[in-house]
Design a binder for this molecule. Structure first.
Ligand code: C2E
Ligand code: CA
Ligand code: CA
Length: 761
């Protein structure tokens, strides 16, 4: 008996010691607490081992001390462990402090026992013929038991509460620990009351310690994991199919069963059903995925299908699972967003950017088809908006977009470039420019009772190089529109290479203007103006550009370009200054002549004409009457009052104002009486257009008579023959300019011409 218990105790001591070391090395947070507890179970067992082995009183007493003090240590570390294991928090540590005070008192009383024997004594008995010292408890021992059982009860309550509160799978481990502890405690109680010599319940505590070692460090509730995963899988919104290593379907979650119409019993047919419904999608490699569309257009359903392998501990494929997710909503949302980003809100046509992209894609996918780029522009759309309403304007835009849609074939791409500008790319073979122009010319929009003619201009560009930027192609189509101007019968213009050349030319010379002015490449030529005697009385300054590479450039080559882009202001300022320089020199040399300078309508936009000219003559000390100012009728077409004021101002300052190119445009004789001008320049070339010479002469005579009546002098320019000169002279004209007298010539030549006194008639 004695030996058997000894062996069991030694075995437990070694096992617990080993576990204690193992627990210490564990990386788990609870490891050190478990280790301490394991270690603390050994002293009571060691104590009992000593008791069992002693044949004399002293060692037996030592054994009892080790036993009881060991019990205190064990119960304390058990408490610490259980609190940690069950995740309890000491509330302010009050209970713990109380329990520890009781324990400390117990340890102290065993100290007193050495002198007072108040805890226990021993009595010798014979067991199986051996001397054995049995415990005789005193009052102190009762205290010890009360403390130990008290704490044990606290621990059991903690475990019990945890067992009840935890979910079933978790409560398993708590209940086993709880059960073992109850068992060990009852066993010990039995020992106390039966007064058997050996405390066999130590075996119970030893086993309890080993169980704790296992449950706290190694036990993983596999059933829990399985259950959790199964729950997750069945509650996933996507359909999940699980296959074994033979690619046989073994389970499908609820969405999977709904998707295939299969049940738990028939799920093994999943492969056939899935392959038929979603293309060949089963038995795919690991991490394979694919998108699948079921149905077409608006009713289409979209799915994302993924296959994943499941491997076992050795890394061998144990099976696979296929997930099928319905992402129709996302796809629809995406499509909607894409639509909004690529389509104009008002008309539903493509936006500019998207149309450019589509055109460029089409040009590259079928490069051999000849195509036009069209730019459609509503003429005076602002007026439509102003006269009617922005709502009506919107209606016009929608209407026009429908018109465009109806007139273009399926192989065309069209969209809204912005505002009132639309664009299209159409195959040349499927598009008749003339027919299209005709159809658009009858475009009317009705608002209630009012019917409004909408004028649409179309510029067409035939694509020659598909690699040209689409934006540039539209620029060209747009450029063609600008050539339509105000012709009410023309609605469509085709871009040609001349336009391109012209644009290039414009850019070419515009870039060089500033340098040309600074270098003196642009300079004034003078054309003589004569009186009835043929005597030179003045000159008109006309710009010439002696270009280093292009050679001699007549104003027709550059003046209109700068007039369009506003840079004419630079040219004119330069010309006026040059005229003043010449006049100042002539004044000094006693040459009594005037110079007329040209003023472009644009000058009035970009500068204070009156102030600049007055400042110039002041600077050069030139008499204002010697600098004549030529304006054209077009100047007076806009902002009349302001222009009148400026011209009045100039005349008051002593300048002579001339109306250039009279008869070329819109002004009527009637208007003339209100014009603040001193001289009327009548250009022969406008009259020589008329075949009927007599008629032309009548007109000129009338103009001259009328201007006489109004106190305005008449000047005819473009006089090329002696005959013309005589006729005009007879009609009462007093001033003449034209090749008959002189072409525009460099200043020095003009001065020589003047000195030699040409044409004394
Ligand atoms: P313009 O002001 O009407 O100038 C008269 C034009 O008629 C000049 O052409 C001149 O060379 C031409 N001409 C003169 N006599 C005859 C003739 O007997 N027969 C024919 N067939 N033509 C004659 P040019 O110099 O080529 O100037 C063309 C236009 O360029 C000018 O018309 C004027 O509007 C503009 N221009 C010239 N220089 C300037 C300038 O410095 N500033 C501005 N703003 N415009 C200028
Ligand atoms: Ca002129
Ligand atoms: Ca003229």
């Amino acid at each position: 008996m004695r030996d058997q218990y000894s062996i069991i105790f030694i075995f437990l001591i070694i096992a617990l010691g080993g576990c204690s070391l193992a627990a210490l090395k564990s990386k788990k947070a609870i490891g050190s607490t478990v280790s301490l507890f394991m270690a603390s179970v050994t002293p009571p067992i060691i104590g009992n081992l000593i008791i069992v082995r002693s044949g004399t009183e002293l060692p037996a007493s030592i054994g009892y001390y080790i036993y009881f003090l060991g019990m205190d240590l064990m119960i304390w570390s058990m408490l610490k462990f259980v609190v940690e294991y069950c995740n309890y928090k000491w509330k302010k540590g009050k209970l713990r402090a109380v329990l520890e005070i009781f324990l400390t008192a117990d340890i102290l009383q065993y100290g007193f026992d050495l002198f007072f024997d108040q805890a226990f004594s021993t009595e010798p008995i014979k067991v199986d013929g051996f001397n054995y010292y049995r415990l005789v408890p005193h009052i102190g021992q009762a205290y010890h038991r009360a403390v130990v059982y008290g704490i044990l009860v606290v621990i059991l309550i903690m475990l019990l509460v945890k067992t009840i509160r935890s979910s079933k799978v978790y409560s398993e481990r708590y209940s086993v620990i709880f059960g073992t502890l109850v068992f060990a405690a009852l066993w010990q109680t039995f020992y106390i009351f039966s007064r058997t010599p050996v405390d066999r319940s130590m075996i119970g505590f030893g086993i309890f310690g080993l169980l704790i070692f296992y449950f706290s460090l190694y036990y993983r509730p596999m059933r829990l994991l399985d259950r959790m995963l199964a729950n997750i899988a069945s509650e996933m919104p996507e359909a999940l199919f699980f296959f074994d290593s033979n690619n046989k379907c073994i389970w499908g979650n609820k969405p999977a069963q709904e998707l295939t119409g299969l049940t738990d019993e028939t799920i093994d047919k999943a492969n056939e059903v899935l392959d038929a419904k979603f293309g060949d999608c089963t038995g795919k490699p690991d991490n394979w995925f694919s998108g699948f569309t079921l149905g077409t257009d608006d009713d289409a359903q979209y799915y994302v299908i993924e296959n994943h392998y499941v491997t076992d501990d050795q890394g061998k494929t144990a099976g696979s699972f296929l997930s099928i997710r319905d992402n129709t909503d996302e796809q629809r949302k995406l499509k909607r967003e894409l639509y909004n980003a690529t389509h104009d809100r008002l008309t539903g046509l493509y936006t500019k950017e998207y149309m450019f992209q589509r055109i460029s894609e089409m040009l590259h996918s079928s490069p051999d088809v000849k195509r036009y780029i069209l730019s459609l522009n509503i003429r005076n759309f602002k007026i439509v908006n102003d006269i009617f309403s922005p709502e009506f304007g919107d209606k016009v835009l929608i209407y026009l977009s429908e018109r465009i849609r109806a007139n273009l074939t399926d192989n065309s791409i069209f969209g809204r470039l912005g505002g009132d500008v639309f664009g299209a790319c159409v195959p040349v073979d499927e598009f008749d420019l003339d027919e299209f122009e005709k159809r658009l010319s009858t475009f009317k929009v009705a608002d209630m009772a009012v019917e409004y003619n909408i004028l649409i201009h179309v510029g067409a560009y035939e694509i020659t190089d598909k690699d040209t930027d689409v934006a540039v192609m539209f620029d060209r189509a747009h450029l063609a529109i600008q050539t339509i101007k105000d012709d009410y019968h023309k609605h469509l213009a085709l871009y040609d290479d001349n336009m391109r050349q012209k644009v290039l030319w414009d850019q070419h010379i515009t870039a060089q203007l500033s340098a040309a002015l600074a270098d003196g490449q642009i300079r004034p030529y003078l054309q003589a103006i004569a009186d009835t005697n043929g005597k030179i009385i003045g000159a008109e300054a006309l710009a010439r550009w002696i270009h280093p590479t292009e050679g001699f450039l007549s104003p027709a080559k550059f003046i209109p370009v700068f007039e369009k882009n506003g840079m004419i202001v630079e040219v004119d300022r330069y010309m006026w200054r040059s005229a003043c320089e010449i006049l100042a020199r002539w004044q000094k040399d006693g040459i009594d002549l005037f110079i007329s300078v040209n003023i472009s309508p644009k000058d009035f936009y970009f500068m204070d004409v009156s102030a600049e000219i007055q400042e110039l003559v002041k600077q050069y000390g030139v008499e204002p009457a010697r600098l004549r100012i030529e304006i054209t009728e077009t100047v007076m077409m806009t902002d009349i009052e302001n222009k009148m004021r400026i011209l009045d101002e100039l005349r008051k300052a002593g300048f002579i104002v001339e109306m250039d190119d009279f008869g070329s445009g819109y002004s009527s004789l009637n208007m003339l009486k209100d014009m603040p001008v001193d001289v009327l320049k009548i250009d022969m070339k406008f009259l020589s257009r008329t075949e009927d010479v007599l008629r032309a002469q009548t007109i000129v005579r009338n103009i001259i008579n009328l201007s006489d009546d109004l106190g305005i002098s008449a000047l005819t320019e473009g006089v090329e023959t002696e005959d013309q000169y005589h006729v005009l002279s007879d009609m009462g004209c007093r001033m003449f300019q034209g090749y008959y007298f002189s072409k525009p010539i460099p200043v020095s030549e003009f001065e020589s011409l003047y000195q030699s006194g040409i044409k004394s008639l």
